[in-house]
Design a protein around this ligand. Structure first.
Ligand code: GDP
Length: 470
């Protein structure tokens, strides 16, 4: 099918999902209001169950529609071809013939945060490298997760150019001024000034038609490509992941659940019970059961909280839980910054990314990294997740907007008006049919029905690396 067909198909799926969120939320509200009226409550319960039945069948049919006429195979092949092309470009960029003359970007891994956050820091640096045709030099000695540095687990990001020496060197400033400087040192993304348009959430123009046809969220696909290149495992890590796969008995179909607790709950995220995550796991398997009766319900569970797994096992005896308790233990704050903890988080992210579907909180970089890697392995896994809190984002990203496609007249004080064409800076989805954002035309912030908008993509001109063949 054409790009337009695929865009329309995904749009129908999105609208149906938002419709279900809306109906479920409204019915649950009604049920609350009706409490005490047992007849009405049982009527609403019946409606909820029936609507869920519709939703299950819709989901199952959407999956069928996505795959008919060999489309899954086509998607896998197209994603693989695009992946090969992009990875070859990265390889070319990272291996200049003469390092002493190469233009460079220098990035220091020691951002004071967790593994996912540090990995995203390197992704952003490499995006700047790619956009400026400069080789990325990664400084990683003394890494808080492994003092020996990046190469203790991952392959070097260059085979020919690893030193930051050069004839001239500056800290990042206006690209026009520093064009001729050989070495540019990068700050963290939050302090970057001026801010180029190719930061997330953007994707390159020369690949945009193919990506928009292939994928429901090309920005995530693009970020995933950087992670794929950066985290090519050393042989010993590759073998360890393979051994872990055997030992855990990891096999599909399987849903990945990431439960982020401990230090994250202090200020950055809310507590979610195991039951909340499992609601969405149950949704996934009950839809799958329509096509695959009697399917074994498997969950890969990753967490930094050791109480999550026993609770899940006790309350969901029909499920098989696969998990690595030693990874969870080493994720605790007292042991977090160690080689053992690094292996644990790499392993957990690896298996989460191999799952067919993810249920997690996108406020956590661990789950966002898993979701990003997932995109490099399936043709289009942009729909294969449920986040209990945030929509997808990249920390420090440029403004993320949606565009109104229908007029909306606000129905109460919490809502805002929309006119077709309005750009709305999006803050989040409330998963009840409404999103929150700021209308750039009116300056007003509030709720609006998610289905009356669509994604406003940032498609940017970047080098096309003609030296690298298609
Ligand atoms: P965030 O804080 O959740 O956004 O993610 P970061 O990756 O930036 O920092 C959290 C760190 O906590 C991770 O890098 C791990 O070291 C640890 N961690 C959190 N969740 C897990 C998990 O499910 N498994 C393992 N092994 N480690 C985790």
């Amino acid at each position: 099918p054409s790009k337009d067909h695929e865009v329309a198909r995904r749009r129908v799926e999105n609208t149906a999902t938002e419709y279900w969120y809306y109906v479920r939320h409204q019915l649950l509200n009604l049920k609350n209001e009706a409490s005490g009226n047992t007849q009405l409550v049982s009527h609403i319960d019946k409606m909820l169950g029936n609507c869920q039945g519709y939703q299950r069948t819709l989901n199952s049919d959407f999956l069928k529609l996505k795959s008919v006429d060999g489309m899954d195979e086509w998607r896998k092949k197209e994603s693989q071809e695009l992946t090969n092309l992009v990875q070859r470009r990265f390889h070319y960029l990272q291996n200049p013939k003469d390092c002493s003359k190469a233009k460079k970007i220098v990035c220091n891994l020691s951002k004071g945060c967790g593994y996912g956050c540090q990995l995203h820091h390197v992704v952003y640096c490499m995006m700047v490298s790619y956009a400026n045709s400069r080789t990325l030099i990664l400084e990683s000695k003394g890494w808080r997760y492994a003092a020996a540095g990046w190469e203790s687990v991952f392959q070097p990001i260059s085979n020919t150019c690893t030193t930051k020496t050069g004839t001239s060197s500056v800290f990042w400033k206006d690209p026009k001024i520093i064009e001729d400087v050989q070495v540019i040192e990068m700050p963290i993304i939050d302090s970057l000034h001026p801010r180029p348009d190719y930061l997330p959430l953007s994707f390159p123009k020369d690949l945009s038609d193919r990506l928009l046809r292939l994928h429901g969220d090309p920005t995530v696909w693009w970020i995933g490509q950087f992670i794929k290149y950066l985290t090519r495992p050393q042989d010993h890590l590759k073998q360890e992941l393979e051994r872990a796969k055997q030992k855990l008995g990891f096999t599909g179909p399987i849903v990945g659940v990431h439960i982020r607790r401990t230090d994250k709950l202090a200020a950055e995220a809310s507590f979610h019970s195991v039951a909340e995550y499992m609601t969405y796991v149950e949704d996934y398997f009950s839809a799958l059961e329509l096509r695959n009766p009697g399917v074994q319900r498997r969950v890969f569970l990753a967490s930094d909280d050791p109480t999550a797994l026993p609770e899940a096992k006790k309350n969901y005896p029909d499920y098989t839980f696969i998990s690595d308790p030693s990874a969870t233990l080493s994720a605790g704050l007292n042991r977090r910054y160690s080689d053992e903890s690094l292996r644990g988080v790499i392993l957990d992210i690896h298996f989460l990314s191999l799952c067919d579907h993810l249920v997690c909180t996108f406020s956590s970089q661990v789950c966002r990294v898993a979701y990003e890697i997932m995109q490099t392995m399936h043709g289009d896994a942009s729909h294969n997740f449920k986040s209990l809190d945030d929509i997808y984002y990249f920390g420090g990203q440029n403004g993320h907007s949606v565009e109104a496609v229908e007029k909306h007249v606000k129905q109460n004080e919490k809502e805002i008006d929309l006119e077709p064409g309005d750009l709305v800076g999006i803050a989040g989805n409330h998963w009840d049919g409404y999103s929150k954002g700021m209308n750039h035309r009116t300056g007003k912030t509030g709720l609006f029905p998610s289905y009356k908008t669509r994604e406003k993509y940032t498609i940017v001109d970047l080098p096309t690396y003609p030296e690298v063949s298609e």
